[in-house]
Design a protein. Structure first.
Lengths: 335, 319, 416
C-alpha cells in the first residue's frame, strides 16, 4: 500500500508543474488580486461592501463547484443533475424540520441521506453506462428533469422557508456590514475543502479513491475496490452538494428552481479553477462572486442581463490562456 | 452500389412518400406536430455532424438555434422579408457564427469544450434581453406574417430533406473522412495530413448552420414569435438527448431521435400519472434514463448490433 | 406555392364552397365551438412548472370556482369545463398548447392564460381566429390599449404602469423631497412598473437618484441594494418577483440601511412573502403596497361576503389550498375573482352564448361589483375602455414578524 502511495505521488507529480497543479504566474496573479481587493476595500466602503457581498455569493458557487469537481475527479463526467440532487436533499431537510427536528439535526441527517442518494445514483444509473461519456451526460439530464418533477409533485412549487441556520445577526466594521449567515457559509465552505484535503491526503480511503480515479486497472490489481470507490466519490459529492443547497436556501428560499442559476455559476467556477482541483473550485467561486459584484458596481454597460455572459466570458478568457483552468493539470495526450 | 446504399435509398423513398402523403390524413394541429419533428430532425442532424462525426461535444446548439430564429424574426419584423428568404439567410449567418465559435473552440477538448458551448447556450438569450429595443427583450419580437400549419409542414420537411442530402454529400466525401479521422484520433489525423483547424472549424460552421435553420423554423412554429425563454438551456440539452437517442456517428437514427424529443413531451403529458403536470416531467425523465440505460449507443447503435447478429451478412462500410 | 400546395388549396376551396352551400341549405343557427346545450369548454395555459410556478394556485382557485358554479346548475344550464395546460412560461410551449385548445379541444374561449410573453405569442393567432382571449393573468397594459387591433383580447387586473403611477403620486405628495432608489427586474414587467412610477412622480421624477435592475437568474440582489444605498437613496422601491423582493427587503436591513419608506409591487405583496422576509431579519413595518382584492386574513374584512364565499368554496372544492388561503395567499382570491368575472360575462351573454355575445357582455360592464375585489371597486368596460379594474387601495404593513397589511387612504381611480 505504501508502494502504491509512493507510485501515485510520483505519477501525480509528473503531470503537474509545482505540487498541486499550481503554477507560479497564477499564484502571483491571485496574490496581486488579493492585494488589489484589500487596498480597494480600505479606500472605499462601497468597494469593501461589494467585495464582502461578492465573497458571500461566491462561497455558494464554490460549494456546489466543489461537488462538481469531486465527481469529475472520480469519474471524469459532468453531472448535470448535481444542482437538482442538492435541491432535493434540501427539501428533504425541510421535511425533517416539518417533522419537528431541529435545524442542525435535519442538516446532518440530510447530509447522510445525500451520501446514500449519491452512491445509489452512481451504482444504479451511472455505472451501467460509464463507458460512454455522452450516455452519462444524457442520464444526468434525465435525472435533472426527473428530480425536478418529483420534488414539485411532492412539495409543490410555491416558496417555502426554513429556519435561518446562523441567525440573522449582522456585524459592522466601520460602515461595512458582515452578516452571520454569510460568514457561516464561508466557514462551512472552507471547512469542507479542508476536510476533503485531509481525506485525500492522509487517509487510506482517500488514497484508494485517488488510485481508483487515476489508474483504475492498476488499483484493482492491488485490491482497491474501484467500483466502490466511485460510488463513495459520488456519495461524497452529493454530500457537498447538499451543503451547497442548505447554504443557498437562506438566500433564495426553497423552490424547485433554487439551484438552477447557482449550477450555471458553479460550472463556471469549477472550470475556472480547473476541474480537478478542489481548491481551484473554491478560489474560482469566490473570485467569480467578487468579480461580478465589482463589475456590476463600476462598469455601467455591465447591467444585470449580462451577469451570466460576463461570468462565462471571464471563463473563456481564462481558458484561452490556461485551457485547463487556473489550477488544472495539463494532460499528456498519448496516441 | 453497395447493398447498404440501395437499402438507404429505399428507406429514404419510403420515408419521403410518407411525408408527402401525411398532410392529406392529418389536420392542421397534427401537421404542426409533424413539422416539429422535422425541425428537431434538422437540429439533431447538425449536432450529429459536430459531435458524432468529429467528436467535438457541444451542449450549446440552442444558441445557434437562437441566432437563426432571431434572424428570421428580425428580418421579417423590420424589413418584411419573405419568410422563405430568411431561411438561407439564417443558414449563412449561423454558419458564420459557428465558424467564429469554432476558432477558439480549437483550444478546448472534451469536457471543457462541452462547458464552453454550454456557456454559449446560456449567454446568447441574455443578449436579446440586453439589446431589448432592437431585439424585443422579454416581450419578444414578432414576424410580420405568420405561416399556416401546412406551410410550416411543407417547408420544414423540404428543408429536412435538402439538409439531409447536404449532410450525406458532405459526410461521404473527403470532408467526411477527415471528420471521422479527427474523431477517432486527432493526432493520427494530423499525422496523416488532415489540417485540424480547418476541418474542426468547418464542422462547427456546418453544424451551426443546420441549427440556425432549425431555429428559424422553430420560431415560425411558435407563431413567428421569438423570445429568450424559448431558447433556454433545456433546448440545448433536448437536442443532445435527441442526438444520443439517434446514435452518434450515423445518419440512420436521426429521425428516431427527432421523433423522440419532438413527441415525448406530448406523450408524457397525456399519461395520467402522479397527477396533472408533474407527471409529464417525471415520465420524460424516466424514459430518457431508461432509453440511455438500455441503448447507450442510441438507435444507430441498436441497428449496428442487429446487423452484426449471426445470420445477417453485411458489407461493412464506415459510417 | 408548389404543385401540391395548389392541389391542396383547390381541394380546400371546394370544401369551403360545399360547406357554405350546406349551411345555407340547412339554414339555422350554428353554435360556436365549445358550446353545447349542457356544457361550455374553456382552457388556458399556466406555468405549472418552471420559474413562475408559484402562480399555479391561480388556475387551481379558478377551477374551484367553476366547480362551485357547476354544482349550482352551471350557467344557463351549462357546466363549465376548464382545461388547465402547462406551458412552463415558455412561448414555444404556449403556442402549440393554445393551438391544441383551439383546434383540437375546440374551446369556446381561452381564459386566464398567464404571462406577458406567453400571451403576446398567441394574441395574433387568437384574434385572427376570433377566439376570445380573456381575463388573462398579466398586469401589462398592452391588452387594455390594443383593443382596436386585438378586439378579442382583454385583461382583468389593474396594470403595472398604473400601479407604479400610484406609488409615484403617493411619494410626490407625502415625501416630495425624498431621494428614491428603485430596484426593478430587467424585463418589461419591471421596466413598465418603473415607467409608471416616473409618470406618477411627475415633476418630482428627478428624485430618483438610482435605479438598479436585476436579472431573474441572479441568486441575490445585494450588489444592487448596496448601489442604491451608496447613491444616497432614502426611499426604496422594489419592483420584483417574490424571491428577489424578499431578499431585497432582507438585504436592505442586513447592510444597515433603514429607508424612511419602502414600497413593494403588488405581485410580491403576498402576506406569506412579507412574513418570510421578517423571519429572515428584514424590518418590514411600514412597507407599502397596493391591493385590489379582499384579504382573507384582515379581521376587519372577515365578514365580507367575498371572504366568506372564498373560504367556503376553497374549503369544499380545493381543500389543498386551505392553508394558503388561511395564511393570506392573494393568488387564491385572484383566481376566484377572475373566474367570477368570467361567469358574470357568460351569464350576460344570452341564453345561447356565442363568442361575439360573450365579448360584448365582457366589454359592456357598468359598475359591476366582483365580490372578491376590495370593497368599493367597480368594474367598468366599454367600447373604448378595455380595462376592467382600474382602482387600487394602498396598504401598509404593521405588526412585524406576525403582522399583516392594513389598508389606508382612499381608493385610487383611473389606474392604467
Amino acid at each position: 500500500m505504501v508502494e502504491i502511495a509512493r507510485r501515485i505521488r510520483i505519477r501525480e507529480r509528473r503531470t503537474r508543474n509545482i505540487g498541486g497543479g499550481v503554477s507560479i504566474p497564477v499564484v502571483l496573479f491571485l496574490v496581486a488580486a488579493a492585494i488589489f481587493l484589500l487596498v480597494g476595500s480600505l479606500v472605499s466602503p462601497i468597494f469593501a461592501q461589494q467585495t464582502v457581498a461578492g465573497l458571500a455569493q461566491g462561497a455558494i458557487f464554490a460549494s456546489l463547484a466543489l461537488s462538481l469537481v469531486l465527481i469529475y475527479r472520480a469519474t471524469e463526467v459532468i453531472n448535470f443533475a448535481q444542482g437538482e440532487m442538492a435541491m432535493a436533499t434540501t427539501y428533504f431537510a425541510y421535511q425533517l424540520t416539518l417533522w419537528h427536528l431541529s435545524y442542525w439535526a435535519a442538516f446532518f441527517l440530510a447530509l447522510l441521506t445525500a451520501f446514500v442518494f449519491g452512491a445509489v445514483v452512481q451504482v444504479a444509473l451511472i455505472r451501467p453506462v460509464q463507458h460512454s461519456v455522452i450516455a452519462v451526460v444524457i442520464v444526468t439530464v434525465g435525472l435533472f428533469v426527473l428530480i425536478d418533477g418529483l420534488v414539485t409533485w411532492k412539495w409543490g412549487a410555491d416558496l417555502k422557508f426554513m429556519p435561518a441556520p446562523f441567525g440573522n445577526q449582522v456585524y459592522h466594521i466601520g460602515s461595512v456590514a458582515f452578516s452571520r449567515q454569510d460568514l457561516g457559509t464561508l466557514l462551512v465552505t472552507i471547512v469542507s475543502v479542508l476536510l476533503l484535503w485531509v481525506l485525500f491526503k492522509f487517509t487510506k480511503l482517500g488514497l484508494a479513491m485517488r488510485a481508483a480515479a487515476l489508474r483504475p486497472a492498476s488499483a484493482a490489481l492491488v485490491g482497491v475496490r474501484v467500483n466502490r470507490m466511485l460510488a463513495i466519490g459520488w456519495g461524497l459529492a452529493a454530500v457537498l452538494g447538499a451543503v451547497a443547497g442548505l447554504m443557498t436556501e437562506p438566500t433564495v428560499f426553497l423552490q424547485p428552481t433554487m439551484m438552477q442559476a447557482v449550477l450555471l455559476y458553479a460550472f463556471a467556477a469549477a472550470v475556472l479553477g480547473g476541474l480537478e482541483s478542489p481548491a481551484g473550485a473554491v478560489i474560482g467561486g469566490l473570485a467569480l462572486g467578487v468579480f461580478l459584484n465589482l463589475i456590476g458596481q463600476y462598469v455601467g454597460f455591465a447591467t444585470s442581463e449580462l451577469r451570466l455572459p460576463i461570468a462565462f466570458g471571464v471563463l473563456l478568457i481564462v481558458l484561452l490562456i490556461k485551457p485547463h483552468g487556473l489550477f488544472g493539470r495539463r494532460q499528456v495526450r498519448r496516441v | 452500389m453497395t447493398r447498404r446504399f440501395l437499402v438507404a435509398v429505399c428507406v429514404f423513398l419510403i420515408a419521403a412518400g410518407v411525408v408527402v402523403l401525411l398532410p392529406f390524413q392529418l389536420d392542421g394541429y397534427h401537421e404542426g406536430l409533424a413539422a416539429k419533428v422535422a425541425i428537431f430532425f434538422i437540429a439533431v442532424l447538425g449536432l450529429n455532424i459536430l459531435t458524432g462525426y468529429t467528436g467535438q461535444i457541444s451542449i450549446g446548439h440552442g444558441a445557434f438555434m437562437a441566432i437563426g430564429g432571431y434572424t428570421t424574426a428580425v428580418m421579417s419584423h423590420y424589413h418584411h422579408t419573405n419568410l422563405l428568404l430568411t431561411l438561407p439567410l439564417a443558414f449563412a449567418i449561423s454558419f458564420a457564427f459557428g465558424l467564429i465559435v469554432g476558432i477558439p473552440a480549437l483550444r478546448f477538448s472534451g469536457v471543457y469544450l462541452a462547458l464552453v458551448t454550454f456557456a454559449l447556450a446560456v449567454s446568447v438569450p441574455q443578449f436579446a434581453l440586453k439589446f431589448s429595443k432592437f431585439l424585443g427583450g422579454s416581450n419578444g419580437i414578432q414576424t410580420s406574417t405568420t405561416p399556416t400549419h401546412l406551410w410550416l409542414y411543407v417547408v420544414s420537411w423540404t428543408c429536412a430533406g435538402i439538409l439531409l442530402l447536404v449532410a450525406w454529400l458532405v459526410l461521404r466525401g473527403r470532408t467526411g473522412r477527415a471528420f471521422r479521422s479527427i474523431r477517432d484520433s486527432e493526432i493520427a489525423a494530423a499525422a496523416s495530413g488532415v489540417t485540424l483547424p480547418i476541418y474542426k472549424t468547418l464542422a462547427f460552421g456546418i453544424s451551426a448552420a443546420f441549427a440556425g435553420v432549425a431555429g428559424s423554423l422553430f420560431v415560425l412554429a411558435t407563431n413567428g414569435f421569438a423570445q429568450p425563454n424559448e431558447f433556454g438551456v433545456f433546448l440545448s440539452l433536448e437536442i443532445l438527448v435527441g442526438a444520443a437517442v439517434a446514435g452518434l456517428g450515423s445518419l440512420w437514427g436521426v429521425l428516431i431521435g427527432a421523433i423522440f424529443i419532438a413527441l415525448l413531451p406530448t406523450v408524457s403529458s397525456s399519461v395520467p400519472l402522479i397527477g396533472s403536470a408533474h407527471g409529464q416531467d417525471v415520465v420524460f425523465g424516466l424514459i430518457v434514463i431508461a432509453v440511455m440505460l438500455i441503448l447507450p449507443t442510441g438507435f444507430a447503435g441498436l441497428l449496428q448490433r442487429l446487423r452484426s447478429l449471426p445470420g445477417i451478412r453485411t458489407v461493412e462500410k464506415e459510417g | 406555392m408548389g404543385m401540391k400546395g395548389r392541389v391542396l388549396a383547390a381541394f380546400a376551396g371546394v370544401l369551403v364552397v360545399a360547406a357554405v352551400a350546406a349551411t345555407a341549405a340547412f339554414g339555422g343557427h350554428r353554435a360556436d365551438p365549445g358550446v353545447t346545450s349542457t356544457s361550455i369548454t374553456i382552457g388556458g395555459t399556466f406555468p405549472l412548472t418552471g420559474p413562475a410556478s408559484l402562480y399555479k394556485t391561480i388556475p387551481a382557485a379558478e377551477k374551484a370556482y367553476f366547480d362551485y358554479v357547476n354544482d349550482h346548475g352551471g350557467v344557463n344550464g351549462r357546466k363549465i369545463n376548464f382545461d388547465i395546460l402547462d406551458d412552463g412560461y415558455n412561448p414555444a410551449q404556449t403556442v402549440p398548447l393554445t393551438q391544441q385548445l383551439v383546434e383540437q379541444t375546440k374551446v369556446f374561449a381561452v381564459f386566464g392564460s398567464l404571462g406577458t410573453a406567453p400571451n403576446l405569442s398567441i394574441w395574433g393567432y387568437l384574434n385572427q381566429n376570433k377566439v376570445p382571449q380573456v381575463l388573462i393573468a398579466t398586469g401589462d397594459s398592452y391588452w387594455g390599449f390594443s383593443y382596436k387591433k386585438y378586439p378579442w383580447t382583454i385583461g382583468w387586473q389593474p396594470d403595472y404602469p398604473g400601479e407604479g403611477k400610484i406609488y409615484g403620486k403617493y411619494l410626490a405628495s407625502t415625501m416630495p423631497t425624498a431621494k428614491i432608489g428603485v430596484l426593478y427586474q430587467n424585463d418589461a414587467f419591471g421596466k413598465n412598473y418603473y415607467a409608471g412610477l416616473r409618470v406618477g412622480l411627475g415633476a418630482k421624477k428627478g428624485n430618483v437618484v438610482s435605479a438598479q435592475s436585476y436579472d431573474p437568474t441572479q441568486t441575490n440582489v445585494t450588489q444592487q441594494i448596496l448601489a442604491l444605498k451608496a447613491a444616497g437613496a432614502d426611499v426604496l422601491v422594489i419592483f420584483a418577483i417574490p424571491t428577489q423582493a424578499i431578499t431585497a427587503l432582507v438585504t436592505a436591513t442586513k447592510v444597515g440601511w433603514t429607508p424612511s419608506a419602502t414600497i413593494v409591487g403588488n405581485v410580491s405583496a403576498n402576506r406569506l412573502f412579507l412574513l418570510a422576509a421578517a423571519a429572515n431579519g428584514a424590518n418590514v413595518n411600514g412597507v407599502i403596497s397596493t391591493a385590489y382584492t379582499v384579504s382573507s386574513t384582515d379581521p376587519s374584512q372577515a365578514n365580507l361576503p367575498g371572504v366568506k364565499l372564498a373560504k367556503a368554496i376553497i374549503g369544499q372544492y380545493a381543500p389543498s389550498l386551505n392553508t394558503s388561503l388561511a395564511q393570506g395567499d392573494g393568488n387564491v382570491i385572484y383566481g376566484l375573482g377572475a373566474a367570477w368575472t368570467f361567469v358574470y360575462a357568460l351569464q350576460h351573454a344570452g341564453k345561447n352564448p356565442t363568442r361575439a355575445s360573450f365579448m360584448a357582455a365582457l366589454k359592456s360592464m357598468h359598475n359591476v361589483v366582483d365580490p372578491f375585489t376590495y370593497p368599493g371597486i367597480k368594474m367598468n368596460t366599454s367600447a373604448t375602455d378595455n380595462f376592467p379594474i382600474e382602482q387600487d387601495i394602498l396598504m401598509k404593513w404593521a405588526g412585524g414578524a406576525s403582522g399583516d397589511w392594513t389598508f389606508f387612504g382612499q381608493l385610487y381611480n383611473g389606474v392604467r
